[in-house]
Design a protein around this ligand. Structure first.
Ligand code: NAD
Ligand code: MLT
Length: 526
């Protein structure tokens, strides 16, 4: 598989990919049409914050399985477009948290003690000892906007330096904030009380421009630190607020436009400290995020769950061995069920019985949907199957029962056109040997695979022989079969495993016989 890497990542990550036998192509200059050409035959794309992964890029990449973000922020990736294209987007949310938090603390000291400014003066030969009077952090209030991974780490570090904590984050529980010793408050309260305000939210439509002129005015006498994302703080308003003495100082690692243009007003203000997006730039952090991203790419190629997938169902790593065999079984049951349904699909129900009902089955349900949609020839995979169902107004439900009659675990995919439903139920013998054990209420014992034909016929002598000879006349070899009936002499359902596709002419000939009620050719390939 070909992995295109368009922003520099640690060699440790590239080695993970090469060791797994994949071709790694680095192209750090690619932009515009060059990027479109470079990604055209890539199976994975790995980026940091430098590459804009737009809809156009995703549409140009026909064979793309995954976009890996070696870091946290995914504001440079069009996740909606990736989902539409069935491409997984995964980031590495843990690996650089400590580095980003440490950089935030460093930037807090840098601005509160004017370290870069003093350094510049001294390296210019000036002993300006009397000109810098810093602010002690001990006893001051830290305002945290966004109490997620990095925000919490910063809160812990600065709490240990004797700061009081107040935080604004509408999506975190009071309990978690309390554990950190932080008081949750509205943004205006946090702005008013903070001596140092530090930003740790993602850049979203909600956070874009969150801190503008009015908010800065509330922070009189304070410091602002932003090591999260540019665009959250209005840079022009910030430069003015510091210049006008409303704020004592500011420290920024991230900017609306990166690299920061030379004419940025921020560069004209002495009390604004800037670094070129260095928050994650430690050796340890870069190794962490590169290896974590590469491992997820390798997992995606193997069809295994991608742990930090942002647009695909994921499964807990420890539960994966128990859930994995059911992923394929559910897809198979979905494929058979939908091919047995003659009419328009209205809803899909996936039922879990027995041990499997105890597990997190989100990925299994997505795979059942993938199976249901696959024969309809839509571009579908487990990433976009739930969305395809939603977009097409197809109802999806999941039912769990702790008891499974006669089996340890059962997965049933039931498709319905609103009036009629067809359920296909499967299990695993000896943990991984897939069997279809019920079709539309009939108990069967069929090995799912390749090409199959399912017939409904009357239960009387000579019918199966007749079906066998018609198939033989049309060059179709029967590899295996299972016959199930409701009552002796009633209706029977027979599952045939066949070596060749059953031609329409054979099915027409079969159905012309009164004893054959219906025939369905089922392909599990593709
Ligand atoms: P996270 O997802 O763990 O935490 C983000 C927090 O922001 C969450 O608790 C969320 O509830 C909160 N939030 C979301 N919308 C909000 C809103 N409107 N108002 C207030 N809070 C809101 O993310 P993280 O891993 O802590 O990363 C935080 C930021 O730091 C991200 O923007 C990330 O890209 C950035 N980052 C930058 C660097 C760097 O090199 N400078 C390194 C790592 C992370
Ligand atoms: C991140 O969001 O992880 C940071 O922007 C770090 C980076 O990749 O530079």
């Amino acid at each position: 598989m070909k992995v295109l890497v368009t922003d520099p990542i640690s060699e440790a990550g590239l080695d993970v990919l090469r060791d797994a036998g994949h071709e790694v192509v680095t192209n750090y200059e690619a932009e515009g049409d060059d990027l479109l050409a470079a990604v055209a035959d890539a199976n994975a794309l790995i980026v940091r914050s430098g590459t804009e992964v737009t809809r156009e890029v995703l549409e140009a990449a026909d064979d793309l399985v995954i976009v890996g973000r070696a870091g946290i922020g995914v504001d440079n990736i069009d996740i909606d477009a990736a989902t539409d294209e069935g491409v997984i987007v995964a980031n590495a949310p843990e690996g650089n948290v400590r580095a980003a938090a440490e950089h935030t603390v460093a930037m807090t000291f840098a601005t509160a003690r004017s370290i870069p400014q003093a350094h510049i003066r001294l390296s210019g030969g000036e002993w300006a000892k009397g000109e810098f009077l810093g602010t002690e952090l001990n006893g001051k209030t830290l305002g945290v906007v966004g109490l997620g991974r990095v925000g919490q780490e910063v809160a812990k570090k600065l709490d240990s330096l004797g700061m009081d904590l107040v935080a604004y984050d509408p999506y975190i529980s009071e309990e978690r904030a309390e554990q950190l010793g932080a008081e949750l408050a509205d943004l205006d309260v946090v702005l008013e009380r903070a001596d140092v305000l530090t930003i740790h939210t993602p850049l979203t439509p909600e956070t874009e421009g969150l801190i503008g002129e009015a908010e800065l005015a509330e922070m009189e006498g304070g410091y602002l630190v932003n090591c999260a994302r540019g665009g959250i703080v209005d840079e022009t308003a910030l430069a003015e607020a510091v210049e006008d003495g409303i704020l004592e100082g500011a420290a920024l690692d991230v900017f609306g436009e990166e690299p920061l243009p030379a004419d940025s007003p921020l560069l004209d203000v002495d009390d604004v400290v800037v670094t070129p997006h260095l928050g994650a730039s430690t050796e340890a952090a870069q190794e962490n995020v590169a290896t974590s991203t590469a491992e997820q790419v390798v997992a995606a190629f193997r069809g295994e769950p991608v742990l930090n997938a942002l647009n695909a169902p994921s499964v807990d790593e420890s539960a994966f061995p128990r859930v994995e065999p059911y992923i394929h079984l559910a897809e198979t049951a979905g494929k058979i069920a939908v091919q047995l349904l003659d009419s328009r699909l209205e809803s899909v129900e996936v039922t879990y019985e027995g041990d499997i009902a105890e597990e997190d089955v989100e990925l299994v349900t997505a795979s059942a949907l993938k199976g249901v949609f696959r024969p309809l020839e839509w571009q579908v995979n487990a990433v976009n199957a739930p969305r395809i169902a939603e977009e097409r107004g197809i109802g999806v439900s999941e039912t769990k029962r702790r008891q499974a009659e006669d089996f340890q675990s059962l997965v049933t995919v039931t498709v319905s056109d609103g009036d009629e439903s067809i359920g296909v139920c499967g299990t695993l013998f000896a943990g991984d040997d897939a069997r279809i054990v019920r079709i539309d209420g009939y108990r069967v014992d069929a090995i799912p695979g390749g090409k199959m034909m399912i017939t409904r016929n009357t239960d009387e002598p000579g019918v199966i022989g007749h079906i066998g000879s018609v198939m033989g006349n049309h060059g179709v070899n029967i590899a295996g079969m299972f016959n199930a009936r409701e009552t002796i002499g009633g209706e029977a359902l027979t599952v045939y495993n066949v070596d060749q596709e059953v031609p329409d002419a054979a099915r027409e000939e079969l159905e012309a016989d009164d004893r054959v009620i219906e025939t369905k050719y089922i392909s599990l390939n593709g």
